[in-house]
Structures are given as structure tokens and as C-alpha cells.
Design a protein. Sequence first.
Length: 582
Amino acid sequence: MKSASLSRIAPGPGATSGRGSVFYEAAPLAYLNLDAQGRLADLNPAAARLLGGCRERDLHRPLADFIHSRHWRRLEKHLQRIRESHDPVTTRLKLRGDGEADLTTRPETEALYFRSLMIPVVREKTAATPAGDAKFRALVENSTEVICIGAPDGTIFYTTPAVHRVLGYSPESWFGRNAFEIMRPDQAALARVAVRQLSATPMGTVLRLVAQVRHVDGSWRWVEGVLTNLIGQPDVGGIVCNYRDITDARDSEQALRASEQRYRLLAESLPQMISIRDSQGHIEYCNSHWREYRGIGGDGIIHDWRAGIPEEDLSALRPPPWENNMPRQWEAEVRIRRASDGALRWHSVRVVPLPRHGGAGARWLAIANDIHERKQADQDRDRLLEQLKRERADLAAQYAVVRVLAETSSLEDAAPPLLGAFCEQLGWEAGALWTVSIPEDGRRGPMTLNPLSLRHLAGATAETLFAKSNPGPLRKGESLAGRVWEQKKPLYTNHLPLRRGAVHCRAAAALGLRCTFAFPILLDGNVQGVVELFRRDPVAPGLRLLDIVAAIGIQIGHFIQRTGALEMLRQSEEALIQMNNA
């Protein structure tokens, strides 16, 4: 881009002043144009004051007329260097009057003019730029931000040395240069419009711009600038721009945004339900699967995380105690209601604490995975195993009964091992076997239910306490065994009957046995006896147990019939022997 000449921006006498002339005319810095022979082609009022002459009278005079004779040679070398150099040239010259000045000239030309800047040098008190004292100069020139003054067309009047640290350019190279030429073309067009609009606003108006500019090494750097309209300020007379390099911060921000986007895409694509909640239980984020499962649209209100979880499952999701003042993660299995059909489905929830800056309350990441089918399969497996276990115990009980009945010859001998088999195989702790007795010698009287054996598996003391309770004969309807005799069917109760005739029940209650189950021993539909079992925990007998005890009762009934027949045969044989002997 060609730089505009001073004569066009700050025209001399008789020239038509343009809009840009205001800035050079009011600028506190000395601007002048030199031709190839070193004559003044144009100068602004600040340059006329510095040289100690008159602007209209001094036009086209050699600059050497205003320089001390001892520095004419320096001025000649300065002019020679700008003809041969591609960079701005700065030379300190002694003025004809008192004082010195630094002359900076750009080698770029337009209409054979060289644009120059002259800054006075004061020995006692160093002048800050554009006006001020040494403290202001130290603050400005050592700031991490670049401060520059320019016109609305982008031409730079002045820039601080920080431009070398930020963009690698020397401050002298920026004099008369257009700032928009190092911007990207698309951003430069927008920046031109914004700066032109800023120049038309009241003094003090601020504009913020973020753009990419070219570093001296060719790389592109992001800068953030704050532009202030100080055109009407006599000591400034331009637009002041403070800008700094934000490339690293912007790269970090973009990397963080890209990372968050990747993780968000990952969270949205996962089949698990993912949510983030704060310490109060409010959901800060949830993925699309969570919203779909709970029946919430994309713009729906995110409700409390407890919604949809049964009250009895909430305790599993409350945070566990902290370790060393640090939250720890945990896992739980809870049911979550599905909005589409209202079904409660099992989910495995992993809760992970998330760090929060500033030490605020903990945030929690919850990942819920649907395990309903697996949970049902586990429950079905457990039920199957439990059923197999019960069937094994039932078969073992039947086998034990058959073995005991095969190895014994009388019910008195078979009663203790039978009760032991019932308790061990069926999970009961104590038992009693009763038999129905008929009055002997043809006496008339009611039949009774007499205890044949009592057995306890907990130990010698409990066995003794239970076995020595000495229950008396029971009539029909007395105690649970009498009711079984009367009704001819198994009965179960969670409360031991402690009325008259239930001495053994009171002994069982003293041992902590609260539940009892009894079933009849049947033969041809008649009750031959009753088996009574006791335990601590209430477990109602199922249909299979009832079938098992019914079969066992019939087996014991046949055993009683067989032993009775054998006993009658033995007695007949003995009677026959006695008759033969007689």
C-alpha cells in the first residue's frame, strides 16, 4: 500500500485541505516532507515551531538552513542513507537555535517526497511522547501493551517500543505506515469501517477490535486492541490504540473449546445416560440419551436428579463420607423410571467427583448404564439356584427318611433320626414327633396324641431344655399338633401357641423359636401321628414343601402299618409256639 504524502494530508498554503489534514495539523509531533535535495516540501505547525520559523515562509527552503553548521555533514549522510536504505533512518541533529532533535525519515516516497518525523531532545527533562514527563515515558515505553497514535485512515503517527516485543517491528519503521496493511484482507476491510465510524463519534468513545496481524517473521498473531477517539485532544490529535498479543490465550481458549466439543460429542454418542449435577442436586448437563429416557425435549427444563428414582433407592446415590477431606467415587445399582412406558429399569450408576475452582461445593458426574436384562437374568439365576437348592434339600430329606425307615425296626427307634433329618435337610432347628395312641385293654376313653421324641440341633443345653420339657398328651384341637390331628392337614403359624398342653412350645419360645410348622402322618386317610418343626425366622412353607411332607407322612404311615403288622405276626408266632408247647 502506498503511504499518503504529508502535502496531501496537511496541505500548504493555497492547497485544498482534506478531512485527514485535521490530524496532522493538530498533531503535537513535528511532521515534515523533504524532497530529494533535502528541501522542505511541507511541514505542519508543530514542525514550524520546532524549527523556529514560519510555515508559509520556510516552504522549499533547505532543511540545512535550520541545522547547526557542525551537523550539516550528518544531514547529508542522512539524506544519502534514505536514498539507499529500505528501512527508516534516524539521525540526531543539532538545531540552529538551542536544542537537539531526532530526525526519522521513511525511505518510501510518493511524488519524490520523503516523509519525516522530528522529535526534540531535552537534556534536563526528557520529554515523553507525545507530551509529558519522564515517568510517563517510562510507563509507556516499557509497557507490555503497544500504544500507537494514528489517523482514521490507518496511518500511524507514533508507536511505543513495545511493538518490537509484540510484533518484531522497530518503532521507527511504523512512522507513516498504514496499520491495515499487515491485517488479513477480510479483517482489514471491517476494521477500516469500524475506525472510520469511531472517528465520527464524540471524543473519548472507545472501540474494541480483535484481529490477526502479520508478525515480522511472517507468522500471524492475534491481537486485541482498544481504540479511543482523542482527535479533539490538543496534545494527541488522533486515535489512540492500545493493543496486546492474545495468540497464546486464544489458542488455549480454542483448544479448550475444541476439547469440550470433542467430549460433548463423545458424551452425546455414548449409549449410557450421562449427567453432571451440583452439590444441591441440580443438573447442570445431561446428554441426549438421558433426556430421551426421561422424556425431556431439547429445550425442556432440566429437573432435579432425584426425579424418576424410587425413594427406597435414593440412599444408594447419596455421597459416601469423604476421605482426607476429599470426595470419593462410588457405584450403586438403582431403578430409574422410563418416561415412555413408566417402567422401572435397573441401572448401574457410577458417580465421580469433579473438581471445582475456588473450593465451592462438589460437582458430580453420573454415568448410568442399563443393566435391567442382566439384573433380571441374575435374579432368575438366583431363583433357579434357590429352587434347585430347595429341591435338593427336599430330595435329601426324602432319601434320609427312606434310609432311616429302612435301617430301623420301630417308630421309637426311627423318631430321633427322622427329626434330625427334617431339621438338617429342611432348615428347621427343632422338632417333635407325636403318635396317636388308643386306650389299652379295651378301655373306653378318648384317643390322645402322645410325644414320642423331641429333638433340638443347637447344642446340649438347648437339646436338654427342649427334650426335658415333658409335654403331656394332647387332645384334638389342643396346640398346633392337636389341630393338625383334628384337621388332617399341615398347618403353619408365626406365633407359638402357649396355652394349656403346650409345655414344649413354651420351652421352644424360651430358646427363641417363634415359628412352627406341623404335618400329619396319614394311613388310609387316618392320622397316625404328627411331625412338628420349629425355627426362629418366619418362612411360610411353599407348595413343594407341602407335597414333600405329604409324601413323607404317607411313607411314615406305611412304616407304622408295616411295623404294626410285623409286631402282630411276631405275637401270633409266639402264641402259636406257646400253644404247641402246651
